[in-house]
Design a protein around this ligand. Structure first.
Ligand code: GLY
Length: 253
């Protein structure tokens, strides 16, 4: 069974980090309702969800994806790029320890899990404001023995690599080529987001289904036409904190 780790929203969620969008008022109760909908959708897709309690003083801590890189062989506990987010990893390491072998990134490396796209034995790391070359070097050193090679990839105008490109299945990626060079993924079948929906490149495959926000209806239609079973989850209030569907869980297949 797939295990999903999630975390309840912090009461200080509205104090989140913001990099590429303007701060707008966040309705905490609405965000919590949407997050419950997300957790329920994971359960309906037969995930065993481990819900961690809120971290009252860590505004972005609902975005657990950024705290670890989960591979079949090992989980790497990250050093998030924003200082306010570095303490988020402690409780995640505690939650993961009984489930998987864990190793830790070391200073001066910084990487957010949202910048890490695993495609077979190749791991792409977005060279964003959060993730640096030292992280790529350390990941190559740590993961080479498991057969992985780790490559840095440039992106622009978005927070994380997975804001610009995510995996739909082993052959297919969903991409916003305005934020990343599509030529980096020549060996994949690329589905391009609808240009009117720049934030639509973030999707979360679970089993045979794709979790996806209903706000991006044109891209959603493209996915359905290509035969994907799309399960919609409204994360519009979480998007005001620069969050998306991959950000809110750590998936252990
Ligand atoms: N607010 C999400 C982040 O900046 O990490």
């Amino acid at each position: 069974m797939t295990v999903a780790i999630t975390r309840e929203i912090s009461p200080r969620f509205a104090e989140c980090e913001l990099t590429h969008i303007e701060r707008t008022p966040i309705d905490l109760e609405r965000a919590r309702i949407q997050h419950r909908g997300y957790v329920n959708a994971l359960r309906e897709l037969r995930c065993d969800v481990i819900e961690l309690p809120a971290e009252p003083d860590l505004p972005d801590s609902v975005f657990v994806e950024d705290t670890a890189i989960i591979l079949p062989e090992v989980a790497v506990i990250t050093r998030p790029g924003a200082d306010s987010r570095k303490p988020e990893t402690t409780s995640i390491a505690q939650a993961l320890a009984p489930l998987v072998k864990i190793i830790h990134m070391r200073e001066p490396a910084t990487v957010d899990g949202g910048d890490v796209l695993v495609l077979g034995n190749r791991i792409y790391v977005g060279l964003s404001t959060r993730s640096n070359q030292e992280a790529i070097d350390q990941l190559n050193e740590m993961l080479g023995k498991y057969g992985y090679s780790v490559l840095g990839i440039e992106l622009h105008d978005c927070l994380h690599l997975k804001s610009a490109v995510t995996r739909l299945d082993d052959q297919t990626l969903l991409i916003n080529e305005n934020w990343i060079d599509a030529n980096c993924f020549k060996n994949f079948d690329l589905i391009h987001i609808d240009p009117s929906e720049p934030y639509a490149a973030n999707c979360l495959p679970i089993g045979e289904s794709i979790l996806f926000p209903p706000a991006f209806s044109k891209t959603c239609e493209k996915l359905e036409k290509r035969g994907y079973n799309v399960v919609t989850v409204d994360v519009s209030e979480l998007a005001k904190a620069e969050g998306a569907v991959t950000c809110c869980s750590l998936i252990i297949p």
